[in-house]
Design a protein around this ligand. Structure first.
Ligand SMILES: [Zn+2]
Length: 249
């Protein structure tokens, strides 16, 4: 494969980095292996912003993802997504915003079965879940605008990263914040090195792997500022609202 492709984040030319089998999954890091699918998935790397992605998925429609990735076997490669992760994330948010949460309109973008929003609502939050793979319409703008948007383990699943950023921008109030998790590729993905990173797993739908530089670029394009709390937890914002001043200063 010698075709060059433009970076979905910064539009620079990207180069093929490596190829893995479609059935490579994150659970391989825990010793669970699926039989090879014998479908090659090429990852490309942008040498300008270090965004790494698998271009073949840009051609997939929603039904392809539902049939081939988010199907009945998805739970085998991401057993925590149904209950463990939503409960843990809800507990973290409740702890993070222990004051003033009653007035915050919260959206869990890509909220799966909606469990996290349900737990938050039971704790007095105004929380809504949106997930196009949970039988909901693709267009989230009908939901209005939100003060706090969370997107846990979403960014790495999205092929149209510009569309994702535009959606988040349109859904956010002018002084809203977006908290999201995705593992940073810095130190794990490099030019002229084969991909050995467990997170680069097509079977989990991990098709867009962000460097810090690429997240910062994506933020800037929508007028957001970008910051990281850790290697896996980040924020986009324009103006810090008073209720989040203890998090971002
Ligand atoms: Zn780039």
């Amino acid at each position: 494969m010698s075709e060059l492709i433009n970076c979905p984040v910064c539009n620079s030319l990207c180069f093929p980095l490596d190829v893995v089998d479609f059935n490579k999954s994150c659970e391989e890091s825990r010793g669970y292996f699926i039989t090879l699918a014998e479908i090659p998935v090429y990852y490309f790397l942008c040498h300008t912003c270090q965004f790494c992605f698998a271009p073949m998925f840009a051609k997939w429609g929603k039904s392809d993802f539902e049939e081939k990735i988010y199907n009945k076997d998805y739970i085998l490669v991401d057993p925590d997504y149904i209950e463990v992760r939503p409960r843990s994330n809800a507990a973290s948010l409740i702890k993070m915003f222990s004051n003033g949460f009653e007035d915050i309109r919260h959206l869990d973008y890509g909220g799966g079965n909606g469990l996290m929003s349900q737990i938050l609502c039971e704790s007095g939050w105004q929380s809504t879940s949106y997930d196009p793979f949970n039988g909901e319409p693709d267009e989230p703008s009908r939901l209005g605008k939100f003060d706090l948007i969370t997107a846990y383990e979403i960014f790495e699943h999205v092929a149209d990263v510009q569309g994702l950023a535009e959606n988040l921008s349109a859904l956010s109030t002018s002084n809203g914040i977006i908290l999201f998790s995705t593992l940073i590729s810095d130190g794990n993905i490099s030019p002229r090195r084969r991909i050995t990173w467990w997170y680069a797993s097509p079977r989990n739908g991990h098709i867009s792997l962000f460097s810090k530089k690429s997240l910062a670029k994506l933020a800037t394009q929508q007028g957001f500022r970008f910051g990281s709390f850790s290697n896996g937890f980040h924020a986009f914002w324009r103006t810090v609202p008073p209720w989040a001043s203890h998090l971002i200063c």
